[in-house]
Design a protein around this ligand. Sequence first.
Ligand code: OAD
Length: 375
Amino acid sequence: MGNEESSMVDESAHPSVLEARTVQAVAKYIKEHNVNKIVLMVGAGISTSAGIPDFRSPDTGLYANLAFLDLEEPEDVFDISFFRENPKPFYALARELYPGRYRPTIAHCFVKLLHNKGLLLKHFTQNIDCLERQAGVPGDKIIEAHGSFATQRCIECKTPFPDNEMQKKVQAGEVPYCNDPQCNGLVKPDIVFFGEPLPSSFHDSRDLPGQADLCIVMGTSLSVQPFASLPQLCSPGVPRVLINMERIGGLGSRPDDVLLLGDCDAGVRKFAKAMGWEEELEALWEETNPDPQAREAENAPLPTRDERLREEVTRLTSDVDRTLQLTNAYEQRVRDHLGEPKSSQTVTMSSSSEGTESSEGLAHVFPHLAPESRQ
Ligand code: OAD
């Protein structure tokens, strides 16, 4: 964590290359200086609007929501020594995060747009969700510094494990083991866990930030080294734009740093507007959405703690409803048998019955189950 620039933030410093420390001035710089070697450095914040939580946001981040995995330290879920001992928490999480459920965000499409314009030198990502690939950014433009779910192998003999088998295992919530019965080692996606080296592609590309004529950092807390040091490798005088909820990693300390604090999608839209690319950006994003209705269902975000609790209450309530229905049906059968009319006290609790006061089931006990709160 941390880096040498983090304590020196001087927003008032006069820019040396840009006309002003604004996105409009960055757009002017791109057009007038023939900029075509843009390097991006991104993290989980560019995928949150797709429904994938980031890691460290206080309430919504993954690390704050892993209580259900019963870990001593939330980071253990990505720790290689812990994985060897107990791979189940990782696979419980993998089931939620596995690619295929999420649509690229407008921020991913902005990277694709930079590529289409011939301006992208390299996209460094810490994300494992493969959404930049899904947005159409070619593989050779992407450095997946922390690996991804795209491939997997045995952690002992390193034999690759077939994609289709992996997908089935992950979706079934099962831990995959090496197909070689002599080995039977654990299989792990080629995600870089704490305690593992970064891929050689990362080290081979570390000189690229130094060649960049513009750097864009988006959606990352820059907490994890060595990735966190990449922005410092940009040459002095090269503008660096930070698009993030919060100021991080010393960005803002150089005179040509520009801060666009706030949501990534809103930030890239501002950037595109300054370039005159708004419509192209929206069109690219729409291309990732061929079937809006199916997508809406697929993109259902991971449930929050409250939602999980509500689901559990709903399940329990419907069990109680079912039991009460059976009891009522039994009572009515007994009354029919005795020739008595239907009791005015009998309330059909089933939430599927319509048009009666009773249709709200146990909503009087759990008000959030009332029809208007079920939308
Ligand atoms: P973090 O969760 O550490 O940081 C995400 C950053 O994005 C934070 O600064 C958020 O404020 C910001 N953010 C979140 N949503 C945003 C939005 N919609 N718009 C703008 N900013 C937003 O995630 P990373 O920096 O990616 O490692 O974490 C780095 C590494 O730590 C990950 O790759 C992972 C983790 O341990 C491994 O899996 C090995």
